[in-house]
Design a binder for this molecule. Structure first.
Ligand code: SF4
Ligand code: SF4
Length: 360
């Protein structure tokens, strides 16, 4: 077995390998929540896995940067001391959907830029991502418009495709190869017939997408400053500033850092998720807020997700088409990404004089 191999394995063999790996690894996969919803959680046995799902509402970003996490503890008495957190456990994320895997590439760039975030990469390096290509999109999915699914060419350690009683197993990285070997996966080289069957499944999946996102037109409108200010103001009136869209977006990375004192001598510095849709996010110490109006924050969010400037910088859209903002947005169909793209598409005319684009 080597990186790049395409194999097939009985489903029972894949589950057997997972159970064998559980001795050394924390295994996280799709399980059934109390109300029947899908929740990615640690499993005690492969029997706990729940496969009849498309995507879970909570993105997997929480397994790399939890909603609240201690960065270090500190003691101020005498010589100040910093105590870093324990190293994270080794974990396998099993059955992750393609859009979520693609979002991780963005997180790697964000946390690995000018300042490399050791805490994030400690988790990243100790995590193996086994993705499960989608055979059936949700009505809200539009990864086909953002080129981030429903199956992947890269970004996974191992990619599985459901072929009925077997999985097609693609080995993406050395890390993926190592866990397959450690789990003792019994697999054989995929045949022409297997590859044909996969291609047919892909074709059938592609044909089932119902949500469209007019990415190109939206990018042009926004990047060229053609969106009338009145439209942002209208959207600002519709937004509840609840931040649900950003908390559930697998691409959103904003965080805040706060110190909590336990007594006068020691405490903990914590990082917690934040949202560019909250008015406090950009408020400065002086009290001045460059984006006090909700409309400016909504504009800013879509500029980040869609402008060509960001695409050049990051190499991709700020959206992987998972559709979570369609499900979670309190403005019910007015402010999710495809809805906003539709509204931008109808804004055809250049605004004169050209507006100054948000630069930060
Ligand atoms: S903007 Fe919406 S559809 Fe796009 S990645 Fe974020 S939550 Fe998913
Ligand atoms: S957006 Fe695409 S990759 Fe994500 S769950 Fe839906 S079909 Fe799968």
């Amino acid at each position: 077995m080597k990186v790049g191999d395409v194999l097939t394995a009985e489903k029972s063999s894949v589950l057997k390998a997972l159970d064998a790996l559980r001795r050394d690894w924390r295994i996280i996969g799709p399980t059934r929540g109390v109300d029947g919803e899908v929740v990615f959680a640690e499993i005690a046995s492969s029997q706990d896995l729940f496969f009849d799902y498309v995507n879970e509402l909570d993105p997997i970003k929480r397994f790399f940067a939890p909603q609240t996490e201690p960065l270090f503890r500190f003691r101020l008495e005498g010589v100040p001391e910093l105590q870093p957190p324990e190293p994270p456990p080794k974990q396998i994320l099993f059955g992750v959907r393609s859009c979520d895997v693609k979002a991780l590439e963005h997180w790697d760039k964000f946390y690995g830029g000018r300042f490399v975030d050791e805490l994030y990469f400690a988790r990243r390096e100790r995590t193996v991502v086994v993705s499960l290509a989608c055979n059936k999109p949700l009505p809200t999915c539009f990864c086909i418009c953002t080129d981030t699914g429903p199956y992947l060419k890269s970004g996974f350690d191992v990619q599985l495709t459901d072929l009925g009683d077997r999985y097609l197993v693609e080995v993406g990285t050395e890390k993926g190869l190592a866990v397959l070997a450690q789990g003792g996966l019994e697999a054989t080289e995929a045949t022409e017939a297997d590859l044909k069957q996969r291609a047919e499944r892909m074709r059938q999946c592609d044909a089932q997408f119902v949500t469209t996102a007019y990415m190109a037109k939206g990018i042009i409108q926004l990047t060229q400053g053609r969106v009338k200010p009145e439209l942002w103001e209208e959207m600002g009136r519709e937004c509840f500033s609840c931040g649900a869209c950003t908390h559930l977006c697998p691409m959103c990375t904003c965080f805040d850092v706060q110190d909590f004192m336990e007594d006068t001598t020691c405490g903990v510095r914590e990082r917690c998720w934040d949202s560019c849709q909250y008015s406090g996010y950009t408020r400065e110490t002086s009290g001045h807020n460059p984006r006090a109006a909700t409309s400016r924050r909504v504009e800013r969010r879509f500029f980040h997700k869609l402008s060509f400037q960001y695409m050049q910088q990051d190499g991709h859209h700020g959206c992987v088409g998972c559709g979570r903002c369609i499900i979670s947005c309190q403005a019910m169909g007015l402010l999710d990404l495809p809805a906003v793209l539709k509204r931008l598409r109808r804004e055809g005319q250049p605004v004169e004089p050209a507006r100054t684009l948000p630069q930060d």
